[in-house]
Design a protein around this ligand. Structure first.
Ligand SMILES: C[S@@+](CC[C@H](N)C(=O)[O-])C[C@H]1O[C@@H](n2cnc3c(N)ncnc32)[C@H](O)[C@@H]1O
Length: 158
């Protein structure tokens, strides 16, 4: 599969997974967390599908498309570890988190996701949803939408 095909499949799974997860948390109070602002595409999508929720977004740099710039009070700029600790300091509050850290070097991305998993657990409320392009550790995995191959995007209940 070409890298273009692979990217298209990943982005489609990401969008469909986010839409599915947004519907799953209906009736569950809590905020949303997007880990990896990047260009701001997934942040922008989350804003569109969950307009009533507070959406926290994390990245070490602010380099998104100008239209996707988060409000300063919702942007956790810095390395993931201290930013997750900062978010956890006020207690678990996240009903839906999307993990999109990484730079495309699989073994490094997998190791980072495993390392961050215990910190992610500290911000999630019970019954929340975690969706991720990388395997996370310590959360029960659940089946996502039927149209997403199980290895393409991963879904966890917290
Ligand atoms: C794949 S991009 C995110 C793409 C974004 N979700 C979008 O739709 O445009 C990954 C982002 O995660 C950030 N990142 C990766 N590891 C990080 C870490 N440990 N702490 C903070 N930011 C990190 C990078 O700076 C990069 O902007």
């Amino acid at each position: 599969m070409s890298r273009l095909d692979s990217m298209l499949r990943r982005l489609t799974a990401q969008r469909d997974g986010l839409n599915w997860a947004a519907a799953q948390i209906e009736g569950l109070d809590g905020d949303v967390l997007d880990m990896g602002l990047g260009n701001g595409r997934t942040y922008d999508h989350l804003r569109e599908i969950l307009p009533q929720r507070r959406i926290w977004v994390m990245d070490r740099v602010l380099q998104c498309h100008p239209d996707s710039t988060p409000p300063a009070e919702d942007f956790l700029q810095g390395e993931a570890e201290p930013m997750l600790r900062k978010l956890a300091a006020s207690g678990p509050r996240i009903a839906l988190a999307h993990y999109d850290f990484g730079r495309g070097i699989k073994h490094e991305d997998v190791a980072e996701a495993a390392r961050l998993s215990p910190l992610i657990a500290q911000v999630m409320i019970p019954g929340g949803l975690l969706i991720s392009g990388q395997p996370l550790v310590g959360f029960p995995q659940i089946k996502g939408p039927d149209n997403i191959a199980p290895d393409r995007y991963l879904f966890y209940r917290t």
